[in-house]
Design a protein around this ligand. Structure first.
Ligand code: UFG
Length: 327
């Protein structure tokens, strides 16, 4: 039986497919390659280049393969863009989930691991954030992920694990696959564009936040640790685990300035910075409590050192400065 990975050619999806194969699982991928890359998948992986909103395409996959469970990554995920184009997010993310759930129900597939986000919390009331804390998204992206979580909950006979990621970073250590976005908005890859000569400086979005150095604090978690959590969640559901929601983060926060200093150590060069204005919708601090995932899923992140995380990202970016060749 196979695991259907929706969005499996994307950044976190492709690292999870890599881990699934390492665990001798069979993975089938659907990806519309809007933000994913064929080159992020080994040639042995069956890729359906299609959109999850296309019910006929999904039905074909469920007919041609014996699907045991779904891991669902396929979604738009840029916070700023979601504010500009909310309906794009509700259509792709929410309606995509609707079609996927309808197809799963039709074919009697009863397990899903869902890629959710810390963006479901909005501005946190306390740090670290626990799963029981209030969810009040401050942008359409977070709202769409929260709606998707809530949709899953109502489907009879479906068991789910929703994984709320904090800031995914890094790449596989061998450098085979990594993070490659046509329009890059994430801090670590943007910082690394400076030593690569692709960017003159990194702009720090505000240094007047109520944090020790005035810049925003985030919880950076390695993409392979995220991938591991999906496999643990899948096995948890296979073993009869009850539907639940888990945070995935390192539990340690790093400010934008601290990340720049860590990147300078990794690349061995000074990185030019400029102070810019705040970016709309950025909470001052986001740090996860991942105690629940550690306790229940037995998740043990391997990359707690932020320099190590950045080093794996640097290894990918310096060898693939233009990202995947298929862009
Ligand atoms: N930042 C800069 N300069 C830049 C880019 C980012 O200062 O050029 C700052 C941001 O303001 C923020 C921090 O770096 O304070 C991290 O920004 P990212 O864009 O890398 O990540 P976000 O925290 O905004 O969002 C990420 C994911 C979301 C997810 C969220 C959860 O993109 O999908 O983490 O923590 F919801």
């Amino acid at each position: 039986m196979a695991i259907l990975v929706c969005g499996g050619a994307g950044y976190i999806g492709s690292h999870t497919v890599y881990k699934l194969l390492k665990c001798n699982e069979e993975a089938v991928v659907i990806d519309n390659l809007q933000t994913g890359h064929r080159a992020a998948l080994k040639s042995s992986v069956r890729l359906y280049e299609d959109d999850i909103r296309n019910a006929a395409a999904l039905e074909k996959i469920f007919t041609e393969n014996e699907i045991e469970a779904v891991i669902h990554f396929a979604a738009n995920s840029i916070v700023g863009e979601s504010v500009q184009k909310p309906l794009k997010y509700f259509n792709n993310n929410v309606y995509g989930m609707q079609v996927l759930l309808e197809t799963m129900e039709k074919f009697g597939v009863d397990k899903i691991v869902f890629s959710s986000s810390a963006a479901t919390y909005g501005e946190p009331k306390k740090i670290p954030i626990e799963e029981t804390d209030t969810t009040a998204p401050t942008n359409p992206y977070g709202e769409s992920k929260l709606i998707m979580e809530r949709m899953i909950k109502w489907i009879p006979n479906l068991r789910y694990v929703s994984l709320r990621y904090f800031n995914a970073a890094g790449a596989i250590e061998s450098g085979e696959i990594g993070e490659s976005h046509k329009i890059e908005t994430h801090l670590i890859p943007l910082i690394l564009q400076v030593p690569l000569g692709k960017r003159d400086h990194i702009t720090i979005f505000g240094d007047d936040y109520p944090t020790p150095d005035g810049t925003c604090i985030r919880d950076y978690i390695h993409v392979l640790d995220l991938a591991d959590a999906h496999i643990l969640a899948l096995n948890y559901l296979r073993n009869g685990g009850k539907s639940d929601i888990f945070n995935l983060g390192n539990g340690t926060g790093f400010s934008v300035k601290e990340i720049i200093t860590a990147a300078e150590k990794v690349v061995g060069k000074k990185i030019k910075t400029e102070i810019g204005t705040r970016r709309a919708g950025d909470p001052a601090q986001l740090i996860a409590s991942s105690d629940k995932a550690k306790k229940i899923l037995k998740w043990t992140p391997q990359f707690s050192d932020v320099e190590k995380i950045i080093a794996t990202a640097w290894n990918w970016h310096k060898n693939n400065p233009e990202g995947y060749k298929d862009e």
